[in-house]
Design a protein around this ligand. Structure first.
Ligand code: MN
Length: 228
């Protein structure tokens, strides 16, 4: 007999809205600068570049409603409200017109970011991993099956202790979800269980200890997190 030499890590997963079922998560991909106003607020020309990607580990997931500690090594934790797509069927070189058939469901998400570490990484031309892929950096609400309808438009909002911080429409994305999936599937073979954070609108800003941040997208369960 052979086996694992340490206990196998638990399978990361996301709740499915209205059921006790779970969606198992394999990888988390995130799109940068996918709303024009946010690209401008970060000092970039929104029309100048194709979509680009970074990742978070699957075990960075935080369920909606969680209370988490303020993350270490930052004094400038930011919220980023985002639509999250869950890949149910893998593939590579996926055509734009076929892309949505690969989506199992959608959720509201918060791409928590250590903005100070990201600024340092950018200035030093270093990777973003420690600014983006830290523990408990991926808040994801319950998934709604894609069979209930597409999420190509609808309001996306972020509020902190009830004060509105971000508000846009999903149709404001520079790269719509089918184009994101097509592009990403040329870089890597997408697989069942992959999540894609699709970028955040303008209005990102700091979260402080004791605050509750709520991401709402029309038709989806909210993604709520409180910082202890
Ligand atoms: Mn983001």
């Amino acid at each position: 007999m052979s086996g694992f030499v340490i206990p196998a890590p638990p399978q990361a997963s996301v709740a499915v809205d209205g059921t006790a079922d779970r969606f198992p998560v394999r990888r988390i991909f995130c799109v940068g600068r996918n709303y024009a106003e946010h690209a401008r607020e970060m000092g970039h020309d929104p029309q100048a570049e194709p979509p680009f990607f970074f990742t978070k580990p699957a075990d960075a997931l935080v369920p909606s409603g969680a209370v988490i500690a303020y993350p270490p090594m930052t004094a400038d934790l930011h919220h980023e409200a985002e639509l999250v797509a869950a890949i149910g069927t893998g593939g590579q070189d996926i055509a734009v017109g076929a892309a949505l058939a690969h989506v199992w469901g959608y959720a509201a998400g918060n791409d928590l970011t250590r903005r100070d570490l990201q600024a340092e990484a950018k200035a030093a031309r270093r990777p973003w991993d420690m600014a983006k892929g830290f523990d408990k950096s991926a808040v994801v609400g319950a998934l709604r099956p894609a069979a209930r309808g597409p999420m190509d438009r609808g309001a996306i909002r972020c509020s902190v202790d009830g004060a509105l911080r971000q508000e846009a429409d999903l149709s404001d994305m520079i790269w719509p979800l089918p184009a994101i999936i097509a592009h990403l599937s040329r870089l890597v073979a997408l697989a069942p269980g992959d999540l894609i954070f699709t970028g955040t609108p303008a209005g990102v800003g700091p979260l402080r200890r004791g605050q509750t941040c709520r991401v709402e997208i029309d038709g989806l369960s909210p993604a709520v997190v409180t910082l202890a």
